[in-house]
Design a protein around this ligand. Structure first.
Ligand SMILES: C[S@@+](CC[C@H](N)C(=O)[O-])C[C@H]1O[C@@H](n2cnc3c(N)ncnc32)[C@H](O)[C@@H]1O
Length: 560
């Protein structure tokens, strides 16, 4: 945020830059508004008194109101912050700077909830779950401004109390004022030392302390630690690496863009301030605000998509299929050798990978069926694919793309041995995309794993049935959880003897040579580990690759 933005938001006087009278006129006006109490005669920085901050501003400040409305939608309606916030920013007509402030406030308060709740719990005279939800939401916003942003304390207090007074009522504003004053008693580091101490000798922290320090539920910390360990990350650096991963989950991700191959043009996007993406071909990084305004984004030929996702779709498209690849009989190597390849995206909604696959299929003379069971998500897939010519939702199988709205578990029996390439981008816990979905770490529960892994298993079985001999299957999750990744791979190989695990990292590096650079390789269980049959899988990480923690395993069906 600019200095100017800070001073406007904090109520600090803006420097007029004018000598003499105009400065005094401004001061006079501020005095009339009662805003310059306790200002020293020296002309130094203005100090607010500790009393009655709610008197100072009666209306809620629009960026903070947008953040508050988003947090209440998340806690009251189980909404997703990334879907609600843009609408609130538009409704309050926030300019770029205020939109940035609202975004940091919303996402930071949600991500940091574990730490902020631990602080608030020591400052409130009752369990936090006995507070009205909107009051707790406002306290979290106040705590984030005080402990996680460089908003001056008086401005954070004043504006949060005004917001509560304006949106909830005068009574709660008193409570919020009292609690946030207690929060200001210490800075962030002092709170962390009090609530989440580390061993002074070793620097090690318990899981409980890590959970507060890095604001993650403990079960997720344990799962991430196990995943790093399974991937043979150096034992002595494991805690440091775990902390680097937890920190990466808390950093705002840079917007990743992809130009649909053969359709999108990155040049105007680069001219508008984006940088070429270092990992994926045809990709860019955009750090400068609303990517929706960039050329090509509205038309859908330039799309916002995590680089890890881009790479999985591209890797699936380059694996050789058919008899030439395996010597297998049937499939695209036989009678229909000249027929266009048929590709299937079994779990396509909302359509990110499907759009890239459809563009690649169009270039390679193949066709894509995008499947999604939820009608509203099937409509999102249709919107995502609209930029790729030659397809339609109800088009026949010979069109570049078509959409099926149905359960992917039925396709194996409905269309056996029908597809040359299948992507199973399975429903998962999403533990690899915590930086993008700030509320999800608090919503997910360990009990979600059972039903999700069973669904993943059934979808994989269906995909294997639908795959032609010689065909290629890509299994992808945006989770590094062992139960959703390497254990699924081991299980599917046990259930389907005709399936062969391919060198996934080899295909990923074929489309992204920078992954070969030292320190940039995707991770995998080492050959001598208990998970060795998953040794040819690939895991990307936010702290190593600046991508979501995407997992990929590529298989070929060598026989039915
Ligand atoms: C991880 S998301 C896929 C993301 C998508 N591939 C993309 O890149 O935008 C998983 C999708 O699987 C869908 N799904 C859930 N149950 C399914 C089922 N039984 N068959 C097929 N898809 C299913 C969900 O609705 C969700 O849209």
């Amino acid at each position: 945020m600019s200095e100017q933005g800070k001073s406007r938001r904090s109520g600090q006087p803006e420097k007029s830059g004018q000598p003499g009278r105009p400065e005094r006129r401004n001061e006079q006006r501020r005095n009339e508004q009662g805003r310059t109490r306790n200002r020293g005669t020296s002309g130094g920085p203005r100090q607010y008194s500790a009393s009655a901050p709610s008197q100072r501003r009666r209306s809620a400040d629009p960026p903070r109101l947008a953040a508050f409305e988003t947090l209440t939608a998340v806690s009251r309606d189980d909404a997703y912050a990334n879907l609600v916030l843009p609408g609130r920013i538009a409704a309050h007509r926030l300019d770029k700077r205020d939109a940035g402030f609202a975004t940091e406030l919303t996402y930071g308060a949600l991500r940091g909830q574990g730490f902020y709740d631990a602080v608030l719990a020591t400052c409130v005279d009752r369990p936090l779950d006995q507070l009205d939800r909107p009051v707790l939401d406002a306290l979290r916003l106040g705590a984030h401004q005080l402990l996680g942003m460089r908003v001056p304390s008086h401005a954070a207090l004043d504006s949060t109390v005004s917001l509560v007074r304006n949106q909830i009522g005068t009574g709660p504003s008193g409570l919020v004022n009292a609690v946030l004053r207690k929060v200001t008693a210490q800075d962030r580091e002092a709170w962390l030392d009090q609530l989440a101490p580390v061993d002074e000798q070793t620097g090690a922290a318990s899981d409980a302390a890590l959970a507060i320090r890095h604001s993650h539920p403990q079960w997720i910390i344990r799962a991430l630690r196990q995943s790093l360990a399974n991937h043979g990350r150096p034992a002595d650096g494991r805690t440091a690496e775990l902390e680097a991963l937890l920190e990466a989950d808390n950093a705002a991700p840079v917007v990743n863009l992809v130009a649909l191959p053969g359709l999108g043009d990155l040049r105007p996007v680069l001219e508008a301030g984006a940088e070429p993406g270092p990992l994926a071909p045809g990709s860019a990084l955009y750090r400068d605000g609303d990517a929706g305004r960039l050329p090509g984004v509205k038309e859908g030929t330039i799309r916002v998509q995590d680089v890890g996702s881009q790479l999985t779709a591209r890797a699936l498209a380059v694996v050789p299929v058919g008899r030439t690849a395996t010597g297998a009989q049937g499939g695209s190597g036989d009678a229909d050798a000249d027929a266009p390849e048929r590709w299937l995206d079994l779990c396509a909604g909302p359509g990110g990978k499907a759009a890239l696959l459809a563009a690649l299929a169009r270039e390679q003379g193949a066709t894509l069926l995008a499947n999604e069971p939820a009608e509203h998500r099937a409509r999102l897939v249709e919107n995502a694919l609209a930029a790729v010519p030659g397809g339609a939702r109800g088009a026949d199988a010979g069109s570049t793309w078509s959409i099926r709205c149905g359960d992917g578990r039925d396709l194996g029996t409905e269309q056996p041995e029908s597809f040359d390439r299948i992507l199973v981008d399975a429903p998962c816990t999403g533990l690899g995309a915590l930086r993008r979905r700030p509320e999800s770490r608090w919503r997910r529960q360990p009990s979600d794993l059972g039903p999700l892994t069973e669904l993943q298993r059934q979808l994989l079985d269906s995909a294997v049935e639908s795959l032609k001999p010689g065909g290629v299957l890509g299994y992808v999750t945006c989770s590094p959880h062992p139960a959703e990744t390497v254990f699924q791979v081991q299980d599917v190989l046990k259930r389907h003897a005709g399936l062969e695990l391919l060198d996934t990292t080899g295909y990923l590096t074929a489309v992204a040579p920078a992954l070969k650079d030292a320190g940039s390789e995707p991770t995998a269980p080492p050959a001598d580990s208990g998970a060795n049959s998953a040794g040819n899988t690939s895991q990307l990480w936010p702290h190593l690759h600046a991508t979501d923690a995407m997992f990929m395993a590529l298989f070929r069906k060598v026989e039915s």
